[in-house]
Design a protein around this ligand. Sequence first.
Ligand code: ADP
Ligand code: MG
Length: 277
Amino acid sequence: MQNILEISDLEIDIPMKSGILHAVRGVSFSIEKGKTLCLVGESGSGKSLTAMSIIGLLPPKGIKRVSKSRFDGQDIAGFSEPQMQDLRGKAIGVIFQDPMMAFNPTMTIGRQLEEVYLRHIARDKTKARAKALDLFRKVGMTQPEARMGQYPHELSGGLRQRAMIAMALMCEPSLLIADEPTTALDVTMQVQVLALLRSIQNDLGISILFITHDLGVVAAIADRVAVMKSGQIIEFGEVSQVLKAPSQDYTKALIAAVPKVKALAAVHAAVAEAAHG
Ligand SMILES: Nc1ncnc2c1ncn2[C@@H]1O[C@H](COP(=O)(O)OP(=O)(O)O)[C@@H](O)[C@H]1O
Ligand SMILES: [Mg+2]
């Protein structure tokens, strides 16, 4: 199985008044094509810095070193900012916890989806609109035509999240980076969005780097899981293996903190079965 992404020995330092914070220390991982890797760990363990650094988004003073950073066979470690910008909207889609961060509040949602297409794919408004509508349907937006003309604040939280997922898929990326995309949602909505991501993955064959602090979410969405603590990966493996037989006390504590692991694992199984059957 080929890897879409390979990262080796990633280090991120952040100079602080009190000294240098070694926020990420020697992190290595890879993601197979069409699979989902979850980065899981407590808040502050370095998950977001790890993910965002891959696409060139570091805090202003952050210092990054990496011995290997390969995406789809390309060495992206030395990419310039314009090259990174091109990679971000196009081959790598990104979704965040807060969709309001992804959207411009003064532009309709439909227009924003179209802009992504016009910028990265082709200056063809008809095709851009058709693609946006197609994705709105795919992500389960109710009344997709009417939604296209609405502003971000006019949508509910759940619909905004779906719109952000649609926007991230506009250029048919081969990797989706999702940083706590369901953390702000209630449990029902959370399950719906996870099931949606899973079925989109089955349809489009994309890889997902999924970040969460919640092992219940990991159980529902991951193929493999990397457990992060204090800037390091301390446990790594197939999700079923890590959940069944965690080797680290830290992982055991994360599992113990989640009563709904079983429920979400059942959702995972149901979604996978529906997609394959
Ligand atoms: N812009 C920043 N400036 C200073 N420190 C930061 C910044 N972003 C993150 N950090 C620090 O780096 C560490 C890892 O942060 P982060 O990757 O956001 O953690 P996580 O996503 O796992 O919650 C934390 O100690 C955090 O306080
Ligand atoms: Mg984070």
